[in-house]
Every structure is written in C-alpha cells, then in structure tokens.
Write a protein that binds this ligand. Structure first.
Ligand code: HEM
Length: 465
C-alpha cells in the first residue's frame, strides 16, 4: 500500500483514541477472535465511537461516530483506500468493481451502472416472482411431508437464480450446488487471513491454493459459457453493457480478463449478500409473531392475495419495507469493512495516523444506543417516517455511502421486499430449535455459523394437502 507524506494542512491533530486493554504482543487479537461482533459492541459501549484496537502488529480504529463515518466514506473519501481485506477479495474476484480504485474503477462503474438504476431494476420484477414461486412450490411439497427447509441453502439458491436470469439472461440452476461450494470456499480462503498457508507462494500446491485455482477455473468456464450464450441469443441486460464497454482513454473494448473479473464480481457480490439479508428477515419474522401479523394485515389489505409488483413494494407496502429495513439494521449482511488512511487524519477528535486502517461496522453503528432506543429489540416502527427523520445521517448505512455505495442496493431492496411479501402470503415459518443466532465471526458476511432449519406451514388450512 502506498503511504503518502502527511500534508501539513491535514496532519493529524487530536488525542490518541481510547481502547480496550490487550495482552502482550497479540494485543486485542484473542478477544477479536473469540467473538468479533460482541467484542466490537462492547468496545463501542465501553470506549465510545472512535476506539483504538491492537490486532497483533496492526493498530486499527473502529469508527462509529456518524460524522466520522461520513468523513471516511464521503467527505474525505479520497484519503481512504480499500485496504488489506480487499486484497483478499482480489484472490477470488480479480480486478473488479469491488477491488479496484481510481480511474479504472470509475470507468467500470460508469459502464455497468445503467442496469442498476432505481427505475431500471424494476425490470427484474417478473424474474423475482418466477424464482420465488418455483421455490415456494417446492416448499409446499416439503410441508406435505413435514420436512424442514434449510434457509441458508434456499435463500442462496433463490437469489443466485434471480440474479443470473435478470442480469446475465442465464439459467444457472444446474450449477447452484457448485456455486454454493465456491462461495463457501471463497469465504474460508479469504478470511483465514494470516494463516501459514496464506504466506506460502501461490504456485505451491497447498490446499488453499488448490481451492483458489480450482474455483477460478470453474468460474472462468461459467463466464465463458455465459458469453457464448449471449453471443448466440443477445439475452442479458448486463451482458449487453459489458460486451459493449470500452476504455474511456484508448477506446478499446474491455479485455477478456476485465470482462471475466467484472462478471465474477457481480455474481459473488450480488447473491450471497441478498441471501443473508433475506435469511435474517425470515428468521426475525419467525421470532416475532406480532410483527408477522402486522405484515400479514398489510399484505392482505393491499394485495388481497395477488402477487406483489415492484410498484406495490415501492409505493403501497410501507410496513413490508420497514420490516426489511429493520432486518438490515440488526443484521446488516456486510457487517464490517475496512479502509486504509493514506495520510494522517482526525476522526471524532482523535488521531488517525496515515498508513493505518479504520474499520466501519454497520452492525455496531446500527446498535449504538445513543441513536437507537433499545437497539437489541426488533421493531420495524423505528423506520416510521417521523422517527427515521430524527436520526442523524450515517447512523444507518447497510449499503455503505458515497461514491462506493453498493451498486446493487436498489436491486437488493426490491428482491428482499418482494420475496418477503410472497413468502409471507403463502407460508408461516416455524424455526427448528438450534444455535442459529450465532453470527459475526471474523468473516465479512453475517452468515449464521450453523444451519438454520425451518418448517414451512402453509397459510391456508389445506393449501398443502
Ligand atoms: C442486501 C444485499 C446487499 C448488501 C447488504 C450489500 C452491501 C454492500 C456494501 C456495504 C458495499 C460497500 C462496501 C465498501 O464501501 O467497502 C457494497 C458494494 C458493492 N456491492 Fe453490494 N450489497 C448487497 C447487494 C448487492 C447486489 C444485489 C449487487 C449486484 C448485483 C451488489 C454488488 C456490489 C458491488 C459490485 C459493490 C462494489 C461497488 C463499488 O465499489 O463501486 N451488492 N455492497
């Protein structure tokens, strides 16, 4: 990483931030590793909104003060690069939107942006309905047999199938199990950061390197097949943009490698996150029957049994939207991510040295008792317009903020709202008791650490008979 000499005009002033005591050499690493999410929540409670942590040789600051989060992501974003964790993403995704900075990133973002605009994403509505209906028809068979469904597998499949049809015009159903394996590997490989395997050169046949190489090969084959299909059929709105994209300086078409990495990035960044968001929405509804009943009332009153359209969820189903918003508050799928400060800065009155990392955590910010009453309670009415309007900006940012805000945010919200409504119209989920509320280890996505099983109970007596 490049470290620039501090500019005297912006050189860090401010005090050294407070933080929890650590142990010699390892600092706070043992607490971090034992339960990362709970450790960071305690750090905010005990030390405030800019907290200094020592993770082995690294000093990092956890930033949850709303103004400071805004400074990192928006007002002074030029001083903050993607940082170390994003290097790990590069292993799987190569040079795509998530991992690049500067002019290269800007040109790529501009090229693919049109399909992700709020108006454009409504076109995916029929695909959302179709894929959800397919899933729910299967659930009816399971319900008849009294068999539970595995919510992690089901939500991953649903969001992958929807994304693939909607953006790439490609039926990925036969490859769903392989893709689940790849996502699991990618998470494992990326976040076993600092292990011995990672430090060995990539040409050595370690298990880690074999996995990475195998997954890249499978993803490359998939991408090639999709491109061949697009050449033959012209189907897939994102493919149309990608195949026509050119370099703004040279005017040359994107290279095969550029196209491959961007396609892999969208596949990987787009479906697991949405699946995790859906999973926690369903778990929250199952755990809070009174919220489920209020949702049912709205759905019955507004839709009367008809399947929802994008216009319905945008304009006529405010409580459905608030259920999803509240789920993304308590369980933001991307719950923690870093930036590296290029030059010295000051955040919330504390000194941030150039070359050090900062951590942003939607999960910790979204549970800051200063801005959220009773933050551990699931209450969609926090998002009633009059209450939401009273909170400062950057107290809620499940999709990030500023120029690097999630490109898929409108698409994800549309999916989450429509799918939640469709599931609730047909089923009530009964969770099979388990340890599913454990989450928030060192990985970036808030997947539960164990399986989450649920029995789908058809809403109308006899519907599954
Ligand atoms: C609930 C679902 C989702 C959540 C919570 C989520 C969250 C995020 C967050 C927090 C970031 C910013 C990371 C940072 O600033 O370091 C991000 C970036 C990104 N997301 Fe999402 N995302 C979701 C769905 C999607 C979907 C559906 C797609 C695409 C189909 C997508 C594609 C991307 C890409 C490509 C970036 C990088 C954007 C850039 O830097 O220009 N995401 N996402």
């Amino acid at each position: 990483m490049t470290t620039l000499a501090p500019d005297p005009a912006t050189a860090a002033r401010g005090a050294v931030a407070p933080g929890p005591r650590g142990v010699p050499l390892l600092g706070n690493l043992p607490q971090w590793k034992s339960d990362t999410a709970q450790f960071l929540l305690r750090a905010q409670r005990d030390h405030g909104e800019v907290v200094r942590l020592r993770l082995g040789p690294y000093t990092v600051h956890l930033i949850t003060a709303p103004d400071a989060v805004g400074r990192v992501l928006k007002d002074n974003s030029g001083n903050y690069t993607r940082g170390v964790l994003y290097e790990q993403f590069r292993i799987a995704m190569g040079d795509g939107l998530l991992t690049t900075d500067g002019d290269y990133w800007k040109a790529h973002r501009r090229a693919v942006q049109p399909v992700f605009l709020r108006k454009a994403v409504t076109a995916i509505g029929p695909n959302v309905v179709r894929a959800t209906r397919e899933m729910l028809d299967q659930w009816e068979v399971r319900a008849r047999r009294g068999e539970p469904v595995d919510l992690v597998t089901e939500t991953l499949r649903l969001t992958l199938v929807t994304l693939s049809r909607s953006l790439f015009g490609y039926d990925i159903r036969p490859a769903v199990p392989v893709m689940k394996d790849i996502v699991d590997n990618v998470i494992e490989v990326m976040f076993k950061h600092g292990s011995v395997g990672e430090m060995l050169p990539s040409w050595l046949p370690t298990r880690r390197n074999r996995l990475i190489a195998r997954d890249r090969r499978i993803l490359t084959r998939l991408v090639t097949e999709i491109r061949e299909q697009y050449a033959a059929t012209g189907q897939g709105p994102l493919m149309e943009l990608i195949e026509a994209a050119t370099d703004p300086v040279t005017g040359a078409r994107w290279t095969d490698e550029e196209i491959r990495d961007e396609m892999i990035t969208i596949y990987l960044a787009g479906h697991e996150t949405t699946a995790v968001g859906l999973l926690w929405t369903l778990v929250s509804l199952a755990r809070h029957p009174s919220v489920g009943e209020e949702l049912d009332d709205e759905l019955a009153r507004v839709l009367g049994g008809a399947e929802p359209t994008p216009e319905d969820v945008e304009q006529r189903l405010p409580y459905t939207r608030q259920v999803v918003d509240e789920s993304l508050r308590m369980y933001p799928p991307i719950w923690i991510y870093p930036r590296d400060a290029v030059a010295d800065d000051e955040l919330g009155g504390f000194r941030i040295p150039g070359g050090s990392s900062v951590l942003l955590s939607p999960l910790v910010s979204h549970r800051n008792p200063r801005y959220w009453d009773n933050p551990e309670a699931f209450d969609p009415h926090r998002f009633d317009p009059e209450r939401a309007g009273q909170r400062p900006r950057m107290t809620y940012f499940p999709f990030g903020a500023g120029a690097r805000m999630c490109i898929g945010n409108f698409m994800a919200l549309l999916e989450l709202r429509m799918i939640t409504a469709m599931i609730h119209q047909r089923f009530r989920l009964k969770l099979v008791p388990g340890d599913f509320l454990r989450y928030g280890d060192t990985s970036v996505s808030l997947r539960p650490l164990t399986k989450v099983l649920a029995l789908p109970e058809p809403r109308e007596p006899g519907a599954a008979a």
